[in-house]
Design a protein around this ligand. Structure first.
Ligand SMILES: [Cu+2]
Length: 419
């Protein structure tokens, strides 16, 4: 049995979303107009019930009333699609239209070059709820950069925002000028200033980047963060297998070959990688009233963006709809590059229903650091790779969410749709 049927999934998504949007009506930085626009006619009457989470939810215990709130359902602003972001890997050769990029050789090394800007912008974090963000290339999370171990990542960064910003990469960076902190190299970049960062892509793994201007917590929680994926080089794995495992025993020929195969499956330049369905998820959160605590949580910014909206139950979703589960082919290996950009809360987590997975902490090893688990936690800036196999599962919906139940109820709740 799938973990939940389509009607129940749509109901739970909608009810949680209603509660979330209602809970924000008392927040000073969310205008009443935008909240009412998101709630729709019936929802606007419900606003009178009160603005606290408890009183807002207590008014909706009657299942019969539920259908009145359908107007809550959709994100009207489609300039960021969490489904497109999920599989958008900027490699220099291919990626997102709004990220100018190219790849070329220089001194015998592959260079992957990207143009980044920082801008002040408004993003939609729940239907009708906007957040004043600071964003790399106008999006939160920032663009996912993907390179191969040993490549040079060159980022031409221009600050078009009103505050001073940097880009600090979580890479093994041998040149302090390129660390992206206020005290080193170019320091912070004021409005209109540019700098070209150059980083060697190392070590192989899933990494984090973010602005390092002060106050740090504000520059991060406003949206200046993203993911760097460094694909392992199979030739280097063959030569130095011990760099990729935490294993003291002998490296047999078979084990070496297995590690090389695993590296190929992780490397976007190899055909073996095509067989894996890869996704990027950044766990994030939003302090909508700037009181130092979060009101909204998500994976990839849109609260309940991978929840369940209108479907025919056959895997067909209303065209243009943001709110829909992540469709996965049960015969494909599933890989999630996961990182935690949540500010203010100490940890975040990822939990799968009816499923166990292998986890590679920081993605720097080719053998799992946790095997057969259904929950992992990450502190801020921690990241890793999750690998799942749904080949034995029946088609249908399988929930996944943060297992801080508060985060799940406030937006970080999603579904995989196994087809
Ligand atoms: Cu900043």
């Amino acid at each position: 049995m799938p973990s939940i049927d389509y009607n129940s999934a749509a109901k739970v998504t909608e009810r949680l979303e209603e509660r979330l949007v209602e809970s924000l009506t008392g927040e000073t930085n969310v205008s009443r107009r935008t909240v009412l626009g998101g709630l729709g006619v019936a929802g606007s009457a419900a606003v009178g019930l009160g603005s606290s989470r408890a009183s807002a939810s207590s008014g909706h215990d009657d299942e019969d009333e539920h259908g009145n709130f359908g107007a809550v359902g959709e994100y009207r602003d489609l300039n960021f699609d969490p489904h497109e972001f999920l599989t958008a890997f900027n490699t220099g050769e291919s990626g997102q239209d709004n990220i100018p990029q190219q790849v070329y050789e220089e001194d015998g090394r592959t260079v992957r070059e990207f143009e980044f800007t920082a801008v002040d912008t408004t993003i939609t974090i729940a239907p009708g709820v906007e957040f004043q963000a600071w964003a790399y290339n106008g999006q939160v999370p920032g663009p996912t950069i993907r390179a191969v171990e040993g490549d040079l990542i060159r980022v031409e960064f221009t600050n078009l925002g009103r505050h001073a910003h940097t880009i600090h990469p979580h890479l093994k960076n041998l040149n302090p000028r390129m660390d992206g902190i206020p005290q080193n190299g170019p320091g912070v970049l004021d409005t209109g200033e540019s700098f070209t960062y150059e980083w060697i892509a190392q070590p192989a793994g899933t990494h984090f980047y973010h602005c390092h201007s002060l106050p740090l917590k504000e520059h991060i929680h406003r949206g200046l963060y993203g993911t760097i994926i460094v694909d392992p080089d199979p030739d280097r794995v063959r030569e130095n297998p011990r760099d990729y495992v935490n294993y003291p025993g002998p490296i047999t020929d078979d084990f070496r070959a297995q590690l090389v195969e695993e590296a190929k499956s992780r490397n976007h330049e190899y055909a073996e990688n095509d067989a894996v369905n890869e996704m990027v998820m950044v766990m994030n959160s939003f302090d909508t009233n700037f009181d130092g605590g979060n009101e909204v949580y998500a994976a990839n910014t849109r609260a309940f963006g991978y929840g369940v909206g209108d479907t025919d139950g056959q895997g067909n979703w209303t065209a243009g709809e943001t709110k829909r589960p992540i469709q996965i082919d049960k015969n494909e290996r599933q890989r999630v590059y996961l990182s935690n950009a949540t500010e203010f809360d100490l940890i975040n987590s990822f939990h799968t229903h009816s499923q166990f997975f292998d986890y590679y902490d920081h993605g720097t090893t080719l053998t799992p650091t946790s095997k057969t688990v259904d929950t992992i936690m990450q502190c801020q800036a921690q990241r890793g790779i999750i690998e799942m196999d749904y080949s034995n599962h029946e088609p249908g919906l399988y929930m996944f969410h943060a297992h801080q139940s508060e985060f799940a109820e406030l937006g970080w709740m999603s579904f995989f749709e196994v087809v």
